[in-house]
Design a protein around this ligand. Structure first.
Ligand SMILES: *[C@@H]1O[C@H](CO)[C@@H](O)[C@H](O)[C@H]1NC(C)=O
Ligand SMILES: *[C@@H]1O[C@H](CO)[C@@H](O)[C@H](O)[C@H]1NC(C)=O
Ligand SMILES: *[C@@H]1O[C@H](CO)[C@@H](O)[C@H](O)[C@H]1NC(C)=O
Ligand SMILES: *[C@@H]1O[C@H](CO)[C@@H](O)[C@H](O)[C@H]1NC(C)=O
Ligand SMILES: *[C@@H]1O[C@H](CO)[C@@H](O)[C@H](O)[C@H]1NC(C)=O
Length: 727
């Protein structure tokens, strides 16, 4: 709440400062009235004291020989007649009087009789309806030259011819916002000004309605040498090509707003025009495009073109060789057709220092297009890009603008001012980033701006994220805060939500908040590393597990060899091998070689060829199987088919029941589709250890290792355990 009040009061202060700068100055001067001067000028002392003490409280005057007074009605009691106010003023020395918010209604004949130094009169919002013809006459008698009269925001209906005729020359005549004056009233005034010198004429919003503005309108001012003319806020249909012909030699500064069309030659006749401001286009339904010809106004230094309200606008802007500042604003989509002209202008006219492109939807351009417009414009001192919906700005955008003093980026949608975006803006002293969606400003951007003070920076109306990253900005602001600036509007934090009540310039951060990210990062990384190592270890273990087991088995086997007592007398063979004759060679050569004559471990095998003849084959084979710890089936196509092996299979099953240990080892020697296998074989394969033979040597090594592991399983282990128990 207090924050809002602060903004509000600041805005009010700014508005007042702009509109009533005199008032403020007068107030402060009175407060610090210099007593020395009063003492020295004893002659004036009495009169000064007199008028000051009797002045109404709503009037403030300053100065001694040239007095400036400002009166402003604030309450109903302040509404007293003009004569009663003037009665108490120093007639001899008052040069300027300003009235505001009174209800004078009529300015009477001879109101200012006796004010022999009065040259400047201002009536602002004083409900003036009538001005008697001789109201200002007495002033003009004393001071026929360089009058300054501003009668603004009054409901004047009628002006008697001759009211403004008494002065020979005018510094300024302003009739702004007297809406009831109308074309007729203004023409009456201009007739009074005939053959008088008028430096500046302002007829803003005077209710002038003209279908066509022709040379007859300004004809009375032909010899007036008018320099400045402001006629904003009236309504004009077509500005004819000769409209300003009477003023063409003298006019240096023209503000012409609120018209529909302007003829081709209208602006081209000017010789001396330095400043031109056009805008407030009245939309029309005709198919006639608004075409503004600016060629030949070669003296033009300042051009303001407010394109709001216009659908199609044609103009030649690339031919203004002396342009210094250019405001091409509020164009929205109408801007785009002029982009290349603008680039040409910027490329050619090095005198151009100030550019305002507010309200032109520039966000629609790609980074390259923006760079083409802005990059390396080293002559710029002022750049305004307000209200362009920018959400980001490319790095190239402000490159080379070493002399830029003012940069206005307010009312966009910027979220982030990235590192080094402003890295060339060493001279910047005014930067407006207010009313965006900024969460972050990289400090590198502000650090290089040695000229930038707090009063030159606006950051209010953003979404700052008050985290550790923003500490740089905070510290910068805090440092600048030591010099108090009323103009700076403090900005609250937006995120995180619990920091809403804190300010961007002094929010607080704990150590953990500042180090959360490195902390979590550290934890995450080390955690991840540990998990990774575990996984790697597991993978390696899994991969080498069998090798380890194999080593262990060899170790146990060696032990067992030393301890012959542990030998089981019933078991004679390690394995009985059942095979088909087609694999005989493999069994005798490979299998026996590997298992019986292996280097590290030796097994005893039994197979039909080794059965000592005597007795029935079946009985001795049965005996052999019975005396073997394991049975190896060498499964080949022939083996599957061979009925003979049926017996061995049956025996194996019987032994399996006896022993119920995983004692069958199946060696799949070749690929046999399941459909071709008898059910019993399928069952054996399903329930027992299967090792697949491969023709590849590497895989064979594994095959042998696994086979030996299977053969040694439980055997050495059991022996080993028994052995341990014995000890
Ligand atoms: C004009 O003066 C009246 C008081 O006479 C005041 O109420 C009103 O706000 C003023 N208007 C402006 C625009 O200053
Ligand atoms: C003001 O003075 C003019 C010229 O002297 C005169 O014609 C007019 O009647 C006077 N107005 C009033 C209200 O006295
Ligand atoms: C203004 O001057 C012109 C030419 O010098 C002259 O013809 C005209 O009568 C004068 N008008 C007035 C009102 O003095
Ligand atoms: C404007 O300049 C062009 C040549 O650049 C010239 O032909 C034309 O007559 C000039 N117009 C005026 C009104 O001076
Ligand atoms: C931060 O600044 C604000 C406004 O300038 C002030 O009111 C407040 O006390 C400051 N807070 C701290 C913690 O310094």
């Amino acid at each position: 709440m207090s924050y809002l009040m602060f903004i509000f009061s600041t805005i009010i202060t700014v508005v007042l400062a702009v509109d009533t700068s005199n008032v403020i100055q007068i107030i402060t001067d009175k407060q610090t009235a210099n007593p020395d001067i009063v003492m020295r000028n004893n002659t004036y002392n009495a009169s000064i004291e007199y008028y000051r003490s009797s002045l109404p409280t709503f009037c403030h005057c300053k100065g001694i020989t040239t007095i400036m007074c400002s009166c402003r009605a604030n309450t109903k009691n302040d509404q007293i007649p003009l004569a009663n106010i003037l009665r108490n003023m120093d007639k001899k020395n008052t040069a300027t009087i300003r009235f505001e918010n009174f209800k004078f209604e009529t300015l009477l004949n001879g109101s200012f009789n006796g004010f022999s130094r009065l040259t400047s009169l201002i009536f602002r919002n004083c409900s003036i309806k009538n001005i008697e013809v001789n109201a200002f006459k007495s002033i003009s008698i004393y001071h026929p030259y360089n009058a300054k009269l501003r009668i603004e925001i009054n409901p004047i209906r009628h002006i008697e011819p001759g009211t403004f005729a008494a002065f020979k020359s005018w510094k300024q005549l302003s009739l702004n916002q007297n809406r009831n004056l109308g074309t007729k009233g203004i023409q009456t005034v201009m007739n009074d000004l005939q053959n008088k010198t008028v430096h500046s004429l302002e007829i803003k919003t005077c209710g002038i309605f003209l279908e066509e503005l022709t040379n007859s309108f300004f004809e009375p001012l032909r010899y007036s040498g008018i320099g400045r003319l402001n006629m904003l806020g009236n309504a004009i249909g077509t500005v004819k090509s000769d409209a300003f012909e009477p003023l063409k030699e003298s006019l240096t500064d023209l503000t012409l707003w609120n018209f529909m069309y302007v003829e081709k030659e209208t602006f081209q006749i000017f010789r001396e025009l330095r400043r031109l401001s056009i805008g407030g286009f009245i939309p029309s339904r005709s198919s006639y495009d608004l075409n503004i010809h600016l060629q030949n106004i070669t003296a033009l230094k300042s051009l303001t073109m407010n394109m709001k309200g216009v659908d199609v606008l044609k103009m030649q802007i690339s031919v203004l060789p002396n342009l210094c500042d250019f405001h091409l604003i509020s164009g929205s989509a109408v801007f785009d057709p002029h982009r290349y002209q603008l680039i040409t202008l910027l490329d050619n006219v090095k005198s151009l220092k100030e550019l305002d492109l507010s309200g032109n939807l520039l966000f629609e351009y790609t980074d390259e297009q923006l760079c083409q417009l802005f990059e390396d414009r080293s002559n710029f001192t002022f750049l305004s890009l307000r209200s362009n919906y920018f959400s980001h700005l490319p790095q190239c955008m402000f490159k080379g603008m070493y002399d830029l003093k003012t940069l206005l980026l307010n009312k966009n949608r910027l979220t982030n001012i990235q590192k080094d975006l402003f890295k060339d803006l060493h001279s910047l002293n005014k930067l407006d980033l207010s009313r965006n969606a900024l969460t972050f400003i990289d400090l590198s951007n502000l650090e290089i701006m040695s000229q930038l003070q707090l009063r030159g920076l606006s950051i209010y109306g953003n979404n700052f994220e008050c985290n550790c990253k923003l500490k740089g900005l905070r510290n910068w602001l805090m440092e600048k805060m030591t010099i108090k600036t009323k103009k700076f509007i403090a900005e609250n934090c937006s995120m995180p939500s619990y920091k809403h009540i804190e300010y961007v310039h002094n929010f607080t951060m704990t150590w953990l908040e500042c180090n959360t990210i490195p902390f979590t990062l550290g934890t995450t990384v080390s955690g991840g590393l540990i998990i990774f190592l575990i996984v790697v270890t597991l993978v390696l273990l899994r991969h080498f597990w069998k090798d380890i087991e194999y080593r262990r088995m060899i170790f146990l086997a060696r032990k067992r060899e030393q301890d012959e007592n542990m030998h089981d007398p019933l078991i004679e063979h390690d394995a009985f091998v059942s095979y088909h004759s087609e694999k005989q060679l493999w069994v005798e050569r490979d299998l026996c070689q590997e298992l019986e004559n292996g280097e590290d471990i030796k097994f005893k095998l039994m197979f039909d060829d080794r059965i000592i003849p005597g007795g029935s084959l079946f009985t001795s084979m049965g005996q052999a199987i019975h005396n073997s710890r394991k049975i190896i089936f060498v499964v080949s196509r022939g083996w599957v088919k061979d009925a003979m092996n049926q017996f061995e299979v049956d025996m194996a099953l019987v032994k399996l029941l006896d022993d119920y240990r995983d004692m069958i080892i199946v060696l799949l020697m070749e690929h046999i589709p399941k459909a071709e296998m008898p059910d019993k074989v399928k069952m054996i394969i399903k329930h027992n250890n299967c090792l697949r033979w491969s023709n590849k040597e590497k895989k064979q090594a594994k095959f042998w290792r696994d086979l030996k592991l299977e053969l040694g399983k439980h055997h050495f282990e059991a022996q080993g355990q028994n052995h341990d128990e014995l000890i």
